[in-house]
Design a protein around this ligand. Sequence first.
Ligand SMILES: Cc1ncc(COP(=O)(O)O)c(C=O)c1O
Length: 394
Amino acid sequence: MRLNPETVRQIDSPIRTARALLDRRARERALLDLAQAAPQYPAAPEVIEHIVAVARHQHGGDYVEIAGLPHLRELFATELRTAYRGHVRAEHVVITAGCNQAFCLVISALAQPGDEVVLTLPYYFNHDMWLRMNGIAPVYLEPGPDLAPTAAAAEDLITPRTRAIVLVTPGNPSGVTLDQHRIAELSAVATRHDIALILDETYRSFIDTDEPPHALFADPDWARTLVSLHSFSKDFAIPGYRVGAVVASTELNREVMKLLDCVAICAPRIGQEAAWAGLTSAQQWRRARAREIADKRRWFAAMMAECPGGFELLSTGGFFGWVRHPFVGRPTDNVVRELAIRHDTLVVPGTAFLPDDRGTFRVSVSNIDRAALTEFAARLTAAGGSRPQQTLNR
Ligand SMILES: Cc1ncc(COP(=O)(O)O)c(C=O)c1O
């Protein structure tokens, strides 16, 4: 059997690759698993009760309209209208099997082989993988020293083949959260070139302000440029239920629905019901979990302030910390392997998020509590060199 070479050429799931390292670990102490970012607590009781009731219902297992349950689309549009003080209606919302599927469908609706899509570095690995597997060229946008991309740098990358600029904010893996002004500038570049601005907003509930993450929905003409992608996985601790959303123009949504019909017919009904229950009755629960994650981030930043073992925290936000190791010239995959095998600490190498090795790795801060974050810093001290790379490079 011959396989599709574009798929074969792609990396395996970096999370799977990281987990494989665990087979060889010393097991001298408890594992600190900071690889995959996933809530470590169950869904809110109200959500669980609702899905039990749906599962028992005579029609609880029926297909759903392609675009999703009408009451969920309506409710989610209302939530976005309020949260962003903007113009979002149910017809703008298509419910998908998670934000990953949302991205894949949108890309397939926008681009064809030979086209280009701008990804900010460091990118979310599944974005890069999906583009490459479909013969679409990722064009990399280098961020500035604050790890945020600028409009001028984005502008320089646009060609007649460009179909979209992709931003993830708060970022995965960097955690960097772009401010409203920066997002508006990047959106203006996309509008000027008549291409899409795809915003992956998976971590939008995990920012340190009550202000809307961006002001783009406030423009009545937003759907001309913006494609906003959402996930209910982290907000309601239901990653395995697979539910997210595309928020875009009705014109783009029509194409997205053709694709969704072919790959899934509709997003899983039970996940849609869980998201609806979460939006209806678990809002306080959701805010409380977000506060806990923010507390972990602050604790983690404090633990990293002195660069334990020379490991330097470059940025943190959302569920993540982005860390530079102190071993100049040593492959990061090697450093990460040693952390797993000898120090029972699992992180994801930066090489999964970059086209080259910049001596960085991603830490899913959300996975563990304060005591374990303190222990993480102690393990870095044990694993480390003495000074951060920046100091060594000077
Ligand atoms: C940036 C980003 N987009 C999308 C996803 C996938 O979300 P979902 O579970 O809704 O598919 C993740 C999950 O880790 C993510 O970090």
